[in-house]
Design a protein around this ligand. Structure first.
Ligand SMILES: [Zn+2]
Length: 654
């Protein structure tokens, strides 16, 4: 009986595949398409369970997408399921009561909704049942399921047909058009399968701050639009065919976790080949806004530098092409990553010392490794890819560009080197024009200081209580934590760990435990203290030298641990002629170190090489027998700079 159950759905499916009557192409074409798709979907070795075939007509006058989407999903797991779950991310913009809408508030031009015209599973008319897997909200229709009459058994396939329309909204968050420009960025635009894993669907709502999670799939997408439009997209351009006034762009993307594209008649296009260390040519395409042509060389350099660095230290670039899209300011897209296509924003006045747009280009290219190839759940564990992307961005910037110079923006526009202490309506009133160089970690440190109270980086990302806690726990803190590990182990070692993680998990779905296992197994080092205190823990760090007392020839150095976080450390004891270093495991709440010294001891410092940059108060780490006021004043001023120049960077980078 069991065998019959197994055979009948397969028979029906193959019958369906042969009898499907597409509205546009001949049934023979569709049949051939799906036959070729079947040859790679469900291939156990590549572990790809899903194929998408999408035809989209784009009408710029109406800002309308008319879409036919066919999904074939083969259940490659050992579990059966009686439902299929879908993301309908674009519905997040349908009203101001969705999880996204409540936080951001969309005006009329920023709203849209997926308008389903037909939906069928294996040829049988079906319905989406909207539900909210994480946060109950009947106004949120970003996730839906189809309840199946018969379960999809291991090895079975289903074919889903969806026809829908979607109006492109004015760009607000990652998706939309740029007001006043002919620029469209199309992301989170199609009904997309959740991830079926261990017998459960993982299919998150569109939450306000977090990004996405999906399985690897193959995409064949045909985009039809007016002939004057230029398209950039995930995947490889297969061909471009012109008929009448319509240009059809055919793309194929294998083994990717998402599909996004852009269109504009205004793009200035330049393509260069990068010779990969691994023997392939990587096609680097820049789609530039005409007013930003002058920065083209800097942009190519940033992209080439990034790929060079990543291939040298981490591993082979995962794709053979990448498209970098210069998003106009009014698109409100900022920096965002998709497989083989990324966006960034070009500030109009952008001297090289500001390292923009370089920093965004670098960050988003790093995401091709950590997000696109090694793919984690950004809704639950946002720190995993963002922490590594932010850390590697800083490494690449300092390797090729050195430290940035602190600047503020005059009328939100012109960068001026120095610090604005007080401003009114973006006009600085009290400022300094001194050119201060600062460390790449300063931005992250300043945002960490602003929010070192809330949670650990392992807290569920979408549930974090506000944007600041999300930015700190997803970007700043994990980056600083990797930097702490570098300070303890060395840069080559940390890059080796990241490289091992990448090469082990390239083109697979990962969790934080996969990363931690690589860490735990690295060179038999005992890193449990690090994982417990920095990654899993949420305690703060603050070590202090409280006093130095002299009793006869013995100096008593009194050291305290003021907060809960524990990190092994060193104490430097400075005499008039030399420096002595004492190792300390940092565990006790306080400890007195007795030092015999024939020379006069003038100062002591805990963590003198500043390995633990998460120490929340570095001013108390040193103690001078005869106080030097200037030193502490200089620390206080630096502190102020950091806090003033806080979240600028992370606010607009995905
Ligand atoms: Zn990012």
């Amino acid at each position: 009986m069991k065998r019959f159950l197994f055979i009948i759905p397969l028979f029906l499916l193959s019958l369906l595949l042969y009898t499907i009557e597409p509205s546009r192409n001949s049934s023979q074409t569709i049949k051939n398409d799906f036959e070729s798709q079947n040859s790679y979907v469900g291939n156990k070795n590549r572990n790809i369970s899903t194929g998408y075939k999408i035809y989209v007509d784009f009408n710029p006058d109406k800002k309308l997408l008319t879409v036919e989407e066919k999904i074939i999903w083969k259940n490659l797991t050992e579990y059966s399921t009686d439902e299929i779950q879908f993301h309908l991310y674009a519905n997040a913009f349908s009203n101001n009561e969705t999880e996204l809408g409540k936080k951001f508030g969309f005006d009329e031009s920023e709203r849209t909704k997926i308008l389903i015209h037909s939906l069928a599973v294996n040829g049988i008319v079906s319905q989406f049942e909207y539900f909210q897997p994480e946060v109950y909200n009947p106004h949120d229709s970003t996730v839906a399921r189809i309840n199946l009459d018969k379960p999809v058994l291991p090895g079975d396939s289903v074919l889903i047909d969806i026809e829908y329309e979607l109006i492109i909204p004015r760009g607000r968050l990652r998706f939309g058009y740029a007001a006043g420009r002919e620029f469209y960025f199309i992301a989170q635009w199609f009904p997309k399968l959740g991830v079926f894993k261990d017998g459960h669907w993982i299919c998150s709502q569109y939450h306000p701050y977090t990004e996405f999670y999906s399985d690897f799939a193959n995409y064949d997408v045909i985009i039809n639009l007016p002939t004057d439009y230029i398209v950039g997209s995930t995947g490889q351009l297969i061909n471009v065919v012109i008929s009448d006034s319509i240009k059809s762009w055919t793309y194929s993307a294998k083994n990717v976790i998402d599909f996004a594209w852009t269109a504009s008649p205004e793009f200035y296009v330049q393509t260069k080949k990068y010779k990969s260390n691994f023997g392939k040519d990587i096609e680097v395409n820049f789609l530039i806004q005409p007013e930003n042509k002058n920065l083209i060389d800097r942009k190519f350099k940033a992209a080439f530098n990034t790929v060079e660095y990543l291939e040298k230290y981490i591993g082979e670039f995962p794709y053979s092409q990448i498209t970098l899209v210069d998003a106009p300011r009014t698109a409100n897209i900022g920096g965002m990553e998709y497989p083989t296509i990324i966006t960034y924003f070009t500030p109009l006045f952008s001297p090289i010392e500001t390292q923009r747009p370089e920093s965004t280009i670098i960050h988003e290219i790093v995401h091709q490794y950590f997000y696109a190839a090694v793919s984690s759940n950004e809704v639950y564990e946002a720190w995993l890819d963002e922490g590594l992307a932010t850390y590697l961005e800083a490494k690449i910037l300092s390797e090729y560009y050195g430290n940035p110079i602190l600047y503020f923006r005059f009328i939100d526009y012109y960068p001026i080197y120095g610090i604005s202490f007080l401003s009114f309506r973006e006009i600085p009133l009290i400022y300094s024009l001194k050119a201060f160089e600062f460390e790449h970690s300063s931005y992250a440190l300043s945002s960490y200081y602003l929010n070192n109270e809330i949670g650990s980086i392992r807290d569920t990302s979408y549930a974090l209580p506000n944007r600041l806690s999300y930015l700190v726990n997803a970007y700043s803190k994990p980056y600083l934590i990797v930097q702490v590990l570098e300070n303890y182990l060395g840069k080559d070692e940390i890059l080796e760990i990241i490289s091992e993680y990448y090469n082990k998990y390239k083109f697979s779905l990962v969790t934080a435990d996969d990363f931690l296992n690589v860490l735990k197994n690295y060179e038999n080092l005992d890193l449990e203290w690090f994982i417990a205190n920095f990654i899993n823990g949420s305690k703060k760090f603050d070590y202090k030298i409280s006093s130095i007392a002299k009793e006869e020839s013995t100096y008593k150095i009194f050291v305290e641990r003021l907060e809960g976080g524990i990190a092994p450390t060193e104490i430097a004891v400075y005499s008039e002629v030399d420096t002595t270093y004492i190792e300390w495991d940092g565990t006790d709440r306080w400890k007195i170190f007795n030092i015999e010294s024939e020379h006069k001891i003038i100062a002591a410092e805990v963590d003198p090489f500043r390995k633990n940059i998460l120490d929340i108060n570095y001013a108390n780490n040193s103690y001078t027998v005869e106080p030097k006021y200037w030193a502490s004043l200089s620390i206080a001023i630096r502190w102020f700079f950091w806090v003033q120049n806080s979240l600028l960077i992370f606010g607009s980078v995905g």
